[in-house]
Design a protein around this ligand. Structure first.
Ligand code: ZN
Ligand code: ZN
Length: 264
C-alpha cells in the first residue's frame, strides 16, 4: 500500500476521467492521496478538490499559493486560504516556496508571499509543503527565519537538491519527498542522495499530472504510478516496494497525526 503525498488530481488534465484515475490508484494499492490544490487555484478547481475530499475518505487536501502564482496573491486570496485551511480534510498549507527557474512571479514578490504563508500556516498550526527550484539558498534563509522552531514540520516536495540542502531540510524538521524524477536515466546524482536520507524521513509522490516516472515517462502521470517511485527507492535501499510503501506511509501518517491510536 502506498501514499501519494503530492498529487494534483483536481487539475483540468483529469476532468474527463478523474474517477477512473482514482479507481486505478485504489486497485494499484494507493491507500491515501494528498491532493494539492495549488497551481490551479481557481474557484472551479477548488470546488473539485473539496468535492473529492467529500466523496472519498482517503483523499486529503492542501491549499496554498504556488510561487508561480505569487503575483496574484492579495487579501481576497488570503481570506479564501484561511477559510480553506479550517476544512477538516486539509492536512497542510501548500504548495508554497520559491521558483527561480521559471520566474513566473518577480522574486521579491515570491519571497514576500512565501513568508506570509509560512506565518499563516504557523497561526493555523499546519505543516507546510515546500516547492523550491533553483532557489535553495533563499528558501533555507526564509525557512530558518519563519519556520524553524515552529515544531510543525512539513515536506520538501519533489526533492531534486544537493546533499547539503537535504541535510539542511532534515535539520529544519522537514521530510524529503521523491517523485518520478528519481527513476529518470539522468538522475544518478539524485539517486545517490536518496541513499543517504534517513528512512524515517522519506516520502514518495507523483506530482501528477506532470513528471510521469519510467516506464510511463512522457505520458500523463497519475497516482497509480507512485509504485514506480517506490520500486526505484526500494532498489536503492535494498527494500521491497511493499516495505518502501509501508515505511513511507507510516512517515506520512506520523507527520500529519494520522497514525492509529495505540492501545494501552
Ligand atoms: Zn511543486
Ligand atoms: Zn505540485
Amino acid at each position: 500500500m502506498y501514499i501519494d503525498s503530492h498529487a494534483h488530481i483536481d487539475a483540468p488534465a483529469f476532468h474527463a476521467d478523474r474517477h477512473d484515475v482514482i479507481q486505478r490508484a485504489r486497485s494499484g494499492g494507493v491507500e491515501l492521496i494528498l491532493d494539492i490544490g495549488a497551481g490551479y487555484l481557481e474557484e472551479g478547481t477548488i470546488d473539485v478538490a473539496l468535492a473529492l475530499a467529500e466523496q472519498y475518505d482517503f483523499i486529503y487536501l492542501a491549499f496554498g499559493i504556488h510561487p508561480h502564482d505569487a503575483r496574484w496573491y492579495d487579501d481576497r486570496w488570503e481570506k479564501k486560504l484561511m477559510e480553506l485551511s479550517a476544512h477538516p480534510k486539509v492536512l497542510a498549507w501548500g504548495e508554497i516556496g520559491l521558483d527561480y527557474h521559471y520566474d513566473h512571479s518577480p522574486r521579491a514578490v515570491q519571497q514576500d508571499v512565501f513568508r506570509r504563508q509560512l506565518q499563516l500556516a504557523r497561526q493555523r498550526r499546519l505543516p507546510v509543503i515546500i516547492h523550491t527550484r533553483d532557489a535553495e539558498h533563499d528558501t533555507l534563509g526564509i525557512l530558518r527565519q519563519e519556520w524553524q522552531g515552529s515544531g510543525l514540520g512539513g515536506i520538501m516536495h519533489c526533492f531534486t537538491g544537493t546533499e547539503a540542502f537535504a541535510r539542511a531540510c532534515l535539520d529544519l524538521g522537514l521530510y524529503i519527498s521523491f517523485s518520478g524524477i528519481l527513476t529518470f536515466g539522468n538522475a544518478e546524482a539524485l539517486r545517490r542522495i536518496a541513499q543517504t536520507i534517513p528512512l524515517d524521513r522519506v516520502l514518495i509522490e507523483t506530482d501528477c499530472p506532470l513528471l510521469a516516472p519510467v516506464p510511463v515517462r512522457g505520458k500523463r502521470n497519475e497516482p497509480f504510478n507512485v509504485r514506480y517511485v517506490a520500486e526505484t527507492l526500494g532498489r536503492l535501499r535494498g527494500l521491497t516496494p511493499a516495505s518502501v510503501g509501508q515505511i513511507t506511509s507510516e512517515n506520512f501518517r506520523r507527520l500529519f497525526g494520522l497514525l492509529p491510536e495505540e492501545g494501552d
